[in-house]
Design a protein around this ligand. Structure first.
Ligand code: AMP
Ligand code: MG
Length: 418
């Protein structure tokens, strides 16, 4: 047995075994939640041309210096410029063009006076532009004009590589006329359950048996992260069965094999000997709770992570180790997960290992507070169901009083996989 590893040491060792998958090209409509594998530079300015932010009249500022409600300035309206139409006339002294929001500013136009500040207070695009308009106030240069390049300059990098695309990113790509992007392929994650006691959820329950819940939890976690789960089924505790499913994983071209159970001291030697026929497997003891045992290695060159079988250990092991591994496989750089600071609404205890406690985080007038959701046994999924946060107690901390601050992850995040 190896010595006890800290969580961060174990994570570092594990991540060394991963590299990003290859890339593919997808249409913009398919790109949300995918990880960009190219840098994106703007091919032109945004907005691409100076345009009006109001419905009104494009004017030269000098003409309106003395305008007021009592002494309105009369301007000749020489052109009507709806959005989408290119203005053709140049403004001369005493002239204006009627302009709608988003329309390009006429040559010599310096500002837009909104319809509300004129005697022609109509914004309905169906209305005919007037021959002349009375303006009730002066205007400063640039007022109600969105200059070309205000948002983005041609050549600027607007999206870096290795980040997950969100809806607003997709919109910006469309603004730039980019209809396809290069993204990392969605990693395929093989899910394997081991144990003689396990039954598939559609089989009748038998005495002494339980349903295989881990593969369902992991399926959902993997999918929520934006990877493709590949269920491999249940292997009995015998070498042939495990080996058969491992080989099935290989033929299904998975990027990672994720197994649960069989990493406890008694069971481990058998999993190890199966994996090591075609690879290598290390058995780690991690200074954490729940989920102390962890197996990591490779089977026929594909990374293999063995999580402990208790349902909460499986979940926490996913959050702590698998999720960062999936991020690396997916091409993501940098952490996506915010750490919150919560105030304890009740005292908490641990055994001094780095502990992940199931809690309910609540926003109150005094800020974020947290309360444990029930029995913290690693087989008790109910308290995880009632929780929306995992409190992270650092190693060496055996108790924290009410009112203490504690770091936490929120679990009910939006679905990155879109
Ligand atoms: P093991 O690591 O094989 O000693 O399993 C630890 C505990 O997790 C035992 O109580 C198992 O019955 C339980 N367990 C193992 N695999 C699963 C699974 N796929 N779904 C639900 N519980 C499991
Ligand atoms: Mg077992």
């Amino acid at each position: 047995l190896e010595r006890l590893l800290s969580v961060s040491e174990a994570l570092q060792k594990l991540l060394n075994g991963f590299k990003p998958v290859d890339v593919e090209r997808v249409a913009l409509a398919q790109a949300c939640g995918r990880v960009l594998a190219q840098e994106v530079a703007a091919g032109y300015d945004l907005p691409p041309f100076a345009n009006s932010s109001m419905d009104g009249f494009a004017v030269r500022t000098v003409d309106l210096t003395n305008a007021s409600p009592e002494t309105p300035v009369v301007l000749e309206v020489i052109e009507d410029v709806p959005a989408g139409k290119m203005p053709v006339k140049t403004l001369g002294p005493g002239q204006a063009t009627r302009i709608m929001t988003g329309a390009q500013l006429s040559p010599n136009g310096q500002a837009v006076i909104p319809v509300e500040d004129t005697d022609f207070n109509y914004r309905d695009p169906g209305t005919q532009a007037p021959a002349e308009v009375r303006v009730f106030r002066p205007v400063s240069s640039g007022e109600n004009v969105r200059p070309a390049g205000q948002d983005v300059r041609a050549g600027e990098i607007v999206l870096s590589s290795h980040r997950r695309l969100r809806p607003q990113d997709i919109g910006l790509l469309a603004m730039l006329g980019i209809g396809e992007v290069v993204v990392f392929r969605r990693p395929r994650i093989g899910l394997l359950s081991t144990g003689d006691e396990l039954l598939p959820v559609d089989a009748p329950l038998e005495p002494g048996k339980i349903y295989d819940s881990n593969s369902y939890t992991l399926f959902a976690l993997v999918r929520r992260f934006g990877c493709d789960p590949v269920p491999l089924g249940i292997a009995n505790d015998e070498a042939m069965a495990v080996e058969r499913l491992l080989d099935q994983a290989i033929s299904q071209k998975v990027d990672l094999i994720l197994s649960t159970a069989g990493v406890s001291v008694g069971a481990f030697d058998f999993v190890k000997s199966v994996v090591e026929k075609r690879g290598r497997l290390g058995f780690w003891r991690v200074n954490m709770r729940p989920g102390k045992p962890l197996a990591f290695g490779h089977y026929r060159e594909i990374p293999f992570i063995g999580l402990p079988g208790n349902p909460v250990s499986t979940f926490v092991g996913f959050e702590v180790f698998v999720r960062p591994a999936l991020a690396k496989l997916s091409g993501i750089e940098g952490s996506e997960r915010p750490v919150l600071r919560l105030t304890l609404a009740e005292p908490v205890e641990s055994d001094g290992r780095e502990s992940y406690l199931r809690a309910y985080a609540n926003y109150t007038e005094t800020g974020w507070t947290a309360r444990l959701t029930g029995h913290q046994g690693s087989g008790n999924l109910r308290s995880l169901v009632d929780a929306n946060a995992l409190l992270i107690l650092p190693s060496g901390v055996k108790s924290l009083p009410i009112g203490a601050e504690v770091e936490a992850w929120l679990m009910d995040e939006p679905l990155p996989g879109c």
